[in-house]
Design a protein around this ligand. Structure first.
Ligand SMILES: [Zn+2]
Length: 328
């Protein structure tokens, strides 16, 4: 039964790319038709589609080669914990290099305009009660290429173990990544420390920048992530709000002003642009990549990304919105 259901899900996905659950990491209960990767250690990642369940990517910008075939990301790898990098079967099924999925060609660069920032940090949090996932992609504003990825699952600070288990099962169980979540999630405070180390490695942040980003800006789909959720989580985690969260670019506002049409969210932007949704919607890492596809398309079309929202230095709760036309 589970297998039939799963097969149905796959067939639906081929018909309608905009249904929410179509490109799921298959749930562990529905694996009869999938090529389950058996791992000797705790490294069983999630289950994954068999090669026949994957499809050629029609990525954001152009049809390219075999390398762009969509595969689920190895979520142990994104946490620096993949122990199977020398296993060809594992490498065949799980993606370990997301820049290949987000390709750019010379033609895409022709219409690109000079930008105020050298790098964009595309961020899309998951978790309503507390943050559960913190994925960030660096996009080079000049080449439009993805430079690197930071991805951490976040262990809630104030929730009981029982509540966490229930929360994770509901949120990630159905896309088959609950186990990797439990194997890798760390507290938000540690995520922030590791994120800052990663930013510093890329020269995007450090003591000399006075806490702000160095020639980089966050890009989010909406204001909620940085305006609301990060400050809330900082309170829960008992840390100060980092200075680099003082301003950001809300993609929806740039989109509205550049194309002159409104999109309420990532899926509608992608639909309007004819970009195929890939991966699992509401798995943060996949959403971040999909948002990056929109960013790349807009850059290729000639959009200039400017800061859309900024906190008041005297009162961090006050946010000034810098665009007259914006999504409210
Ligand atoms: Zn791996």
């Amino acid at each position: 039964m589970a297998s039939a259901l799963s097969a149905f899900r796959v067939s639906i996905s081929r018909i309608s790319p905009f249904r929410a659950r179509q490109f799921s990491y298959p749930a562990t209960s529905g694996l009869a038709h999938t090529k389950r990767i058996l791992c000797s250690s705790s490294h069983s990642v999630s289950s994954s589609p068999s090669p026949s369940d994957t499809y050629s990517s029609s990525s954001s910008l152009m049809e390219t080669n075999e390398n762009t075939r969509w595969r689920p990301m190895c979520l142990y790898y994104t946490h620096g914990k993949c122990t199977k990098m020398d296993d060809p079967a594992h490498l065949e099924v799980f993606n370990h290099n997301c820049s290949k999925e987000l390709p750019v060609t010379a033609a895409d660069l022709e219409g690109k305009k000079p930008q105020e920032f050298d790098f964009f940090l595309v961020l899309d949090l998951e978790g309503k009660v507390e943050i559960l996932e913190f994925p960030v992609l660096i996009v080079d504003a000049r080449t439009m290429q993805v430079v690197d990825l930071f991805h951490r699952f976040v262990r809630p600070t104030k929730m009981s173990e029982q509540a966490i288990n229930k929360y994770i099962e509901g949120k990630y169980g159905e896309v088959g990544v609950d186990r990797v979540w439990h194997d890798t999630a760390i507290p938000f405070k540690q995520v922030v420390e590791e994120f800052e180390g990663w930013l510093a490695e890329h020269g995007l942040w450090g003591k000399e920048t006075d806490g702000a980003l160095n020639d980089a800006a966050f890009v989010t789909c909406g204001n909620w992530d940085i305006k609301t959720k990060i400050p809330e989580q900082c309170v829960v985690a008992n840390i100060n709000l980092p200075q680099y969260f003082m301003e950001w670019i809300n993609l929806k506002d740039v989109y509205l002003n550049f194309y002159g049409r409104e999109a309420r969210g990532m899926v509608s932007m992608m639909r309007q642009c004819g970009i195929r949704l890939m991966g699992s919607h509401h798995l943060g890492i996949d959403d971040t990549k999909n948002i990056t596809r929109v960013v790349q398309r807009m850059l290729a079309d000639g959009a200039v990304f400017k800061i859309t929202a900024r906190r008041s230095k005297s009162n961090m709760r006050n946010v000034e919105f810098l665009f007259k036309n914006r999504i409210k």
